[in-house]
Design a protein around this ligand. Structure first.
Ligand code: SF4
Length: 135
């Protein structure tokens, strides 16, 4: 959690143009289930990155930069997983002129193998049905 943000937060809710609002707002997390901060980070990242509907979150880049600047250690931000963002921050520390660029989530060592990733892709529509869409 960021106590004192180093950058202004993106416009998560765009009232003038709701299509430009954060895509994660379409899903209602519950106390027991919040894919953005749980073991289902790949599912959350798939939503951010439009893997199932071809629609990338309209503020993905802003979200990613905000999370990187504020050193958000947990959860999915900007369609990237915590270990991938950590790698980006470390690369930037080594090269301050490096431009932060989004890249697709990479599995952690202990994560899924290729076969399991393919299974996850196949199960994605079913997993999405388990989420609570905001009416
Ligand atoms: S990129 Fe950020 S704002 Fe957009 S859906 Fe993902 S977590 Fe939400």
């Amino acid at each position: 959690m960021v106590l004192k943000p180093r950058a202004e937060a993106p416009l998560w809710i765009n009232e003038e143009n709701p299509d430009k609002s954060a895509k994660c707002l379409q899903y209602q997390p519950t106390r027991e289930h919040d894919p953005w901060f749980e073991d289902e980070e790949l599912l959350a990242a798939a939503i951010c990155n439009g893997d199932y509907d071809g629609t990338i979150c309209p503020i993905r880049d802003e979200c990613l930069h905000w999370a990187l600047l504020n050193n958000e250690q947990y959860g999915v931000w900007g369609g990237m997983l915590p270990h991938d963002r950590r790698n980006l921050r470390m690369a930037k520390r080594a090269d301050p002129y490096l431009e932060w660029m989004w890249h697709p989530p990479t599995p952690k060592d202990e994560d899924l193998d290729d076969e399991e990733l393919a299974e996850f892709d196949a199960d994605l529509p079913e997993l999405l049905n388990l989420l609570n869409p905001v009416p």
